[in-house]
Design a protein around this ligand. Structure first.
Ligand code: ADP
Ligand code: MG
Length: 364
């Protein structure tokens, strides 16, 4: 019997998927209206769903300890401080956007690592919204769907995230990067240069206070924009202007302004099929996140340094919000699996760290 049948005693009407994502470059720029360049990873979240004739929602996840459906009534969503808030928040945001559904049963299964900076939360929201779109024939375009997923997370769950994750999960694939202007939400697919591929390793370091630090950085960026007299740091083109800010706002703003420039240059370099230049931009991005934005931690710096020193790696950086989590490396074509192994091995023997290989898939 399928897990769905076991949980709900019938078969699903629809099955939808949504991938996790890795951000290649453009970190901590999305809440300043800036540029990002994520791509989808092979791991994805699957949502199986069946209609109900009443207003009840029953949802179960195969990725949490509690293996029984959690129930709530449509229109009576209440924050519970657990994963079900992502489901409730998605329904609340969907309704607020004018789309109505009846009740449903949903089963969630995911191969996206949770809490590693590869956006399992967006994969859950986008996967659920895709299943609902199909089941209830909702008139929902991919960008609108991403906005609803984001609203679920910011408005209901209470995580003040930018739009990158949901845009990436809704619109990206695992072969092309997705260049997004997070202010206009204009986007473009940019193929990875030929001759390179991506490796992603989880450092195994989880920072308990990441959410609080993330909020602090957001506030610092808002304050820096205010002092510079611009709407958002996106509007600063001349990095020299950031020098007038008091510390540490000068460094925070310098990161955002230079990171936006690096994204634009990386897109150009990818179009010109210049992987060496893209690799150098990865390295520069990491230095900026470590020294100016101060969102890296020593263990992640060590993992990035090992990656950068590998002969088949063209560049490496932390990816995601920081304070632990994953790194991404640009590797010569056909070498990502082996390089990732070498890096993980060196991390364990020299630093006693336990890195997990997330991409390429199945190489752990
Ligand atoms: P990330 O998105 O980087 O993986 P977040 O902290 O943003 O990390 O989101 C992780 C949270 O999303 C989990 O703690 C859980 O509440 C929820 N979540 C994500 N995927 C699932 C899943 N498959 N089943 C249940 N909850 C999930
Ligand atoms: Mg998330």
């Amino acid at each position: 019997m399928s897990d769905f049948a076991e949980a709900f005693g019938r078969s699903p009407d629809v099955v939808a998927h949504a991938p996790g994502r890795v951000n290649l470059i453009g970190e901590h720029t999305d809440y300043s209206g800036g540029f990002v360049l994520p791509m989808a990873i092979p791991q994805r979240t699957t949502v199986s769903l069946a209609h109900r004739n009443d207003g009840r929602v029953r949802a179960m996840s195969m990725n949490v300890a509690q293996r029984e459906p959690i129930t709530f009534e449509l229109g009576h969503e209440r924050k519970q401080g657990s994963w079900i808030d992502y489901v409730q928040g998605t329904i609340v945001a969907l309704r607020a956007a004018g789309h109505l559904t009846a009740g449903f049963d949903a089963l969630i299964e995911s191969a996206v690592p949770v809490g590693s900076g590869l956006s399992s939360s967006a994969a859950l929201e986008v996967g659920l919204l895709r299943a609902l779109r199909q089941a209830f024939v909702l008139d929902l375009a991919d960008v609108a769907l991403a906005k609803i997923g984001r609203a679920a997370e910011t408005d209901f769950v209470g995580a003040p995230v930018g739009i990158m994750d949901q845009m990436a999960s809704s619109l990206a694939d695992a072969k092309n990067a997705l260049f997004i202007d997070t202010r206009s939400l204009a986007y473009e697919r940019v193929p990875l240069p030929t001759d390179v591929e991506i490796a992603v390793l989880d450092s195994g370091i989880a920072h308990d206070h990441a959410a609080g630090d993330y909020r602090t950085r957001r506030k610092e960026c808002e304050r820096a924009a205010e002092l510079l007299g611009v709407r958002e740091l996106r509007d600063v083109d001349d990095v020299g202007r950031t020098a007038s800010l008091p510390a540490p706002l000068d460094r925070r703003a310098r990161h955002v302004v230079t990171e936006n420039a690096r994204v634009l240059e990386a897109v150009l370099a990818m179009r010109e099929n210049d992987p060496l230049r893209v690799g150098r931009l990865f390295d520069a991005s990491h230095a900026s996140l470590r020294d100016d934005f101060e969102v890296s931690v020593p263990g992640v710096d060590r993992l990035v340094a090992l990656a950068q020193a590998h002969p088949d790696v063209l560049g490496a950086r932390m990816t995601g919000g920081g304070f632990g989590g994953a790194i991404v490396a640009l590797v010569r074509q056909g070498r990502a699996g082996e390089a990732a192994h070498d890096i993980a091995r060196a991390y364990s023997s020299r630093h006693r760290g336990h890195a997990r290989i997330l991409v390429p898939e199945g190489k752990a």
